[in-house]
Design a protein around this ligand. Sequence first.
Ligand code: DGT
Ligand code: CA
Ligand code: CA
Ligand code: ZN
Length: 570
Amino acid sequence: MENARIAAIFAEMADLLELREDNPFRIRSYRNAAQEIRNLSEPLETRVAQGEDLTDIPHIGESTAAKIHEILKNGTCKQHDALRKAIPTGVLEIMHVPGIGPRKAMQLHRALKIGSLDDLKLACEDHRVRDLEGMGIKTENKILRGIRTVQRTRGRLLYREAAEQLQSLARHLDSIAKIDRWEVAGSFRRAQETIGDLDILVHTADRERATDAILKYDTIREQLGRGEERVSVRLESGLQVDFRFVDSAAFGAAWMYFTGSKAHNIKIRRAAQTKRWKLNEYGLFNGTQRLAGETEKAVYTRLSLQWVPPELREDSGEVEAAAQDRLPRLITADDIRGDFQCHTTASDGSNSIAEMAAAARDYGFSYLAITDHSQRVTMANGLDDDRARKHADAIREAGAGMKEFRLLAGIEVDILKNGDLDLRDKTLAAMDWVVASVHYDRVMSRKAMTDRILAAVRSGLVHSLGHPLGRIIGKRDPLLVDMDRIIDACVECKVRLEINCQPDRLDLPDTFCRRARDAGATFTLATDAHSVAGFQYMPLGINVARRGWLRKQDVLNTKTMAELDNALAR
Ligand code: DGT
Ligand code: CA
Ligand code: CA
Ligand code: ZN
């Protein structure tokens, strides 16, 4: 069992306890345990197998450790089951709608018998919610917007979750001797931020036996369909996987077709039609003669197009660019030399400065900005001026002892409600690296929120704007802001826009990256690691950057240490 699954059980228990207005300390301790487990670099299963004492892990006490043992043994724990029985699953779902929360969820459940998202939507549309105590028309509208946010991602997995599923499925597919080649297509190959289902192409000389072998995968919940051309399954996680069998002469054409997007495919097919040819999943044809099909490159080339990286295949100008040899040379993982946001035990991280630095170096970085929270973030034990200065000294001291590696003494400073920064100018000016972010007081008019962020961008004290939209995918709506004005100000003041690599943030999102790039902005990729395991999120940010048409020169992390020193000299 994966750590993510165990963490999810603790997080859900915390939610359920919160719905019952249980002891806040207990709720907090389950939340902390969930976060800690999610951040562990090694599977709990392994630790237990090696006989390690789980209470050595921070935030894991005797009773939590006992529950982990129980979950590893039975796949579930008694307390979780009992809590689940007491509260309908639908109430949990509505509790996570932006604008609701545990108290309102229970109120809606009690007063209107609401037990699902659909119930809630109907109730809002019938204006039954506005009359409840403490709700009103504004709340009702906010809930309706929140439902839309949740529904957009309902039934879809975060890219990172799909990647984890694919990783273990890949081991199975690789072990099947009858499979000559397999490749992933669909939204996953295009690296979309959420994934509806996985699409996998398979080349084999024996479809029958390959299908049998595929169906032996041990986490299949149900078989959805089986035929000569394809087989579809649903995994335990709920994720659907479509396998399609393809001949090698058509592999490239099929890979293009099933990678999509639909809009891109339509554009390409039209390009074929203007030459009086036909393009489908079997190849590019002139009458019955196959002109290309074995590789994607051959198909694109025959259509007088550059090969289009999958991340760009959204019909957002890439076909026109490919026709004119103008596709951007996209940034790659190899270009990245460092990371611009992470946390330590000084605020809400799980590891020390030295541990984070060593892990970043092991990951292959040559510099790292340590950016703990400022005082406004009381929940995360944010730093006041005095602690921030001392922390900076500690970072510099730790950095001084490292060869060929640079630590930047930084801070993630809160942008307060009035646009002021959460620490004194003098404190911020003494830092090597300042990320400014909004975490609190998120409900404001569009104008007020835009002005608030503009004030921070124009302060002259900030190097980058952290998670600029402040959204959590499927959970928290983006801040209401005029992003174009913020982008312009960032360009003017040379403040970099952060692409936060956390799996549920991916913020700034791809379409805004593209707009900002066209406006002349520069970017940072930031894992926002909260433990040594967090650096592995860097590729998620690279996906976003590539989907946003970013090149090496658009991103600060591609600079060498010496170039970075120049760029940061004030
Ligand atoms: P998803 O699964 O919702 O995250 O998004 P996709 O893009 O993976 O969509 P999916 O799984 O329905 O289909 C995979 C690809 O197959 C899609 O991107 C394009 C191609 N495709 C599927 N159906 C059609 C179709 O009716 N027409 C065309 N042109 N292409 C299609
Ligand atoms: Ca798909
Ligand atoms: Ca599909
Ligand atoms: Zn933050």
